[in-house]
Design a protein around this ligand. Structure first.
Ligand SMILES: NC(=O)c1ccc[n+]([C@@H]2O[C@H](COP(=O)([O-])OP(=O)(O)OC[C@H]3O[C@@H](n4cnc5c(N)ncnc54)[C@H](O)[C@@H]3O)[C@@H](O)[C@H]2O)c1
Ligand SMILES: [Zn+2]
Ligand SMILES: [Zn+2]
Length: 395
C-alpha cells in the first residue's frame, strides 16, 4: 500500500510500504477513505519529536472495515468506521474511568498511545491506504451512510480535531453564557471555539495571526482577534470594555474584564507575537494567565512535548517552561492539561453531526489525493494562507 513516510526534518514522501497484517484476533484492518493532516503531524515534520526516517505518520482515519479477527464482536466487514487517534482497550483502569487517552494496555509500560506518533507506541500511522486497528471493538466507531457522502468530511474530524476541540471546552469548564478566549485558530482551536458555541458560550474570542484562519473563526460565530495588531489580551479587554455584546456587568466589569475560560490551542511551538517566525511558548503561557478572570479555568490542549530535540532553550528541551504560579494562585484558577479522551465525546459528537446540529467540516480547506502529501505538508507547515485543515483521499 501507499503511505506518508517521515524522511527527516521537513521531508516526507509517499511511498510503498507493507500492507498491514493482523497481530491478534481482536484486530481489524480498515481501508481508509479519508485521513487528515493535523498540527501534531507538524511537530513530527519539523523534527521536534523522536520520529525516525521510515516511520509512517498520521492519526486521523475514517474508512471501511476490510477484515475483522475472530475476537471482534461489534463490527463487520463493510462497516463504515472512524478511529480515534488514541487507541484504547476499554477495560484498563483508565479506560474504565473515562480516560481513554491514557489507556494502560496499548502502549505498555507507558500510558496513552497514538497512531504514527513517536513516543506514543508502535502503532503504524494512518496517512495510508490501510490501517491495522487493535482492540477493534473499542476503537471502531460506526458511522452511518456511505463512503464519500456529504458527511464524509465531518466524520473524519471525529478521529481527533472535533473531539479535541470539545475536550478543550470541557477542560475549560465552558457552560452556557461562558466567556472564552482560544489562542490558536488551527483546526483544533477553531473546533474548540465551535464546541464552546455549541455548548452555549456567550462570547468566544479566537486569537491568531493568519487571515484565513481568523475569517473561519468569524464565520463560525466567534470574535477574531488579530495578534499582528498588538497584544491580544489588551485587545480582548478593550473589546469587552466597549462591546455591547459583553452586556451590562456593573461594577465587576473591570475586575472581570477578561474571560472565564482561556484555551491554549497552539502548544509548545507557539509563536512570538512580535515576530511570528520565532517561537515563544512562555509568552503564550503569560497571555493565558493574563486573560483569564479570577476563579476561571485554563485548558492546555496544545501538545507540550516532554523532550524536544530542537528546543527554544535548554529547559524547554526537557518540557520545562516558566509559569506564573503566583498569578494562578492569586486568581484561584484551575489549569487542566492533556490529550483528548476520545471515547467520552465521539458518540455524542457523531450524533450531533448526523442530526445536522453540528457541521465541523466548515473548517476543511483542502481535499487532496494522498500523493499530494509532500506539497501539502510544506504549505501547511508555513501556515500558508488558505491551508487550515487538509484531508487526504487515499485512492
Ligand atoms: N490534546 C490533544 O489531544 C491534541 C489533539 C490534536 C492536536 N493537538 C495539538 O493542538 C495544537 C493545535 O493543533 P492544530 O491542528 O490546530 O495546529 P495548527 O498548527 O494548524 O494551529 C496552531 C495555530 O496556532 C497559531 N499560533 C501560534 N502561536 C500563537 C500565539 N502565540 N497565539 C495565538 N495563536 C498562535 C498558529 O498561527 C496556528 O494557526 C497542536 O499543538 C497540536 O499538536 C492536541
Ligand atoms: Zn490530530
Ligand atoms: Zn485501556
Amino acid at each position: 500500500m501507499n503511505a506518508v513516510v517521515y524522511r527527516g526534518p521537513r521531508e516526507v514522501a509517499v511511498q510503498s510500504v507493507p500492507d498491514p497484517i493482523s497481530q491478534a484476533p481482536t484486530d481489524a484492518i480498515v481501508r481508509l477513505t479519508t485521513t487528515a493532516l493535523c498540527g501534531s503531524d507538524l511537530h513530527t515534520y519539523d523534527g521536534r519529536t523522536a520520529a525516525t526516517s521510515g516511520d509512517v505518520i498520521g492519526h486521523e482515519p475514517l474508512g471501511i472495515v476490510e477484515w475483522v479477527g475472530s475476537g471482534v464482536a461489534s463490527i463487520k466487514r463493510g462497516d463504515r468506521v472512524v478511529i480515534p487517534t488514541h487507541a484504547n482497550c476499554a477495560f484498563c483502569d483508565n479506560c474504565e474511568r473515562g480516560y481513554s487517552g491514557a489507556c494502560l494496555t496499548v502502549n505498555p509500560p507507558n500510558y496513552g498511545s497514538a497512531y504514527g506518533y513517536a513516543g506514543m507506541g508502535t502503532l503504524v500511522g494512518a496517512q495510508a491506504q490501510m490501517l491495522r486497528v487493535p482492540f477493534a471493538d473499542a476503537n471502531c466507531l460506526i458511522v452511518p451512510g456511505e463512503e464519500g457522502d456529504d458527511l464524509e468530511d465531518d466524520f473524519v474530524l471525529l478521529a481527533d480535531a472535533f473531539v479535541t476541540g470539545y475536550h478543550a471546552a470541557t477542560l475549560g469548564d465552558v457552560r452556557p453564557g461562558s466567556t472564552v478566549a482560544v489562542f490558536g485558530a488551527g483546526a483544533v482551536g477553531l473546533l474548540a471555539a465551535y464546541s464552546a458555541l455549541l455548548i452555549g458560550a456567550a462570547e468566544v474570542y479566537v486569537v491568531d495571526g493568519v487571515d484565513a484562519r481568523l475569517r473561519i473563526a468569524e464565520d463560525l460565530g466567534a470574535i477574531p482577534v488579530d495578534l499582528r495588531r498588538g497584544d491580544p489580551v489588551e485587545q480582548i479587554f478593550e473589546m469587552r470594555r466597549r462591546d455591547r455584546r459583553a452586556g451590562p456587568r456593573g461594577p465587576s466589569a473591570e475586575q472581570m474584564g477578561g474571560v472565564m475560560c482561556a484555551i491554549d490551542a497552539a502548544g509548545f511551538q507557539a509563536r512570538d507575537r512580535a515576530d511570528m517566525s520565532k517561537e515563544n511558548p512562555t509568552q503564550l503561557i503569560d497571555d493565558l494567565a493574563r486573560v483569564v478572570n479570577p476563579t476561571g479555568s485554563i485548558a492546555m490542549i496544545g501538545v507540550w512535548e516532554p523532550h524536544d530535540p530542537h528546543p527554544v532553550d535548554a529547559d524547554a528541551g526537557e518540557g520545562r517552561f516558566t509559569v506564573p504560579w503566583g498569578t494562578f494562585f492569586q486568581k484561584g484558577v484551575s489549569v487542566r492539561f492533556g490529550r483528548t479522551h476520545d471515547e467520552r465525546y465521539n458518540r455524542t459528537l457523531r450524533d450531533l453531526i448526523v442530526s445536522g446540529r453540528a457541521k465541523p467540516s466548515r473548517i476543511v480547506t483542502q481535499r487532496l489525493p494522498l500523493g499530494s502529501a509532500p506539497a501539502a505538508y510544506d504549505a501547511f507547515d508555513r501556515r500558508a494562507e488558505g491551508y487550515v485543515k487538509v484531508l487526504f483521499k487515499p485512492e
